[in-house]
Design a protein around this ligand. Structure first.
Ligand code: FE2
Length: 157
């Protein structure tokens, strides 16, 4: 996949130099910290937005995954009769001077768990449909493109 977008203030002004910190599970549904087969730091990235507030990166398509159910969260989910699945997503933490830090996700349209996320984090405005593409973004073969802009609230608002 190619994921790209802009970091903006909530009035639409780009925020060059914003820090975009990302992490995601691999296509086996595991994070690097859960999977001995992955190097520490796998599928984590730290980017700086360019002069127009843009960021972009290449990655693998994340998959939906089950949250660990061997502790309190598992007991709670069983007590309320809910499954442990989270729909496929990428995590973001975005920081820019003069603005409130933003921690959020982007979810992928079409995931069967979008309507029943174990973490109750899905909002319609956080869902993007990956678009099949060929060419561009330094990609050699077919890929999917996701565009996701992030808007930060100025401090004091
Ligand atoms: Fe996650």
């Amino acid at each position: 996949m190619v994921v790209h977008g802009r970091v903006l203030s909530c009035d639409g002004v780009p925020l060059p130099g914003a820090t975009v910190d990302l992490w995601q599970a691999a296509d086996n549904g595991l994070y690097d910290s859960q999977d001995a087969a992955q190097e520490p730091g796998n599928l984590r990235g730290l980017f700086t937005a360019d002069a127009e507030g843009r960021y972009w990166f290449r990655t693998v398509r994340p998959s939906s995954y089950a949250v660990p159910v061997d502790g309190t969260a598992g007991r709670l989910l069983r007590a309320v009769g809910r499954h442990p699945m989270r729909p496929a997503h990428l995590h973001y933490q975005v920081i820019a001077p003069g603005h409130r830090p933003l921690t959020t996700h982007v979810f992928l349209a079409g995931d069967p768990y979008l309507g029943s996320d174990a973490a109750y984090a899905v909002k319609e405005e956080l869902v993007r449909r990956p678009v099949p593409r060929t060419g561009g973004w330094d990609m050699d073969g077919p890929y999917e493109e996701v565009e996701f802009d992030l808007r930060l609230v100025p401090l004091g608002r």
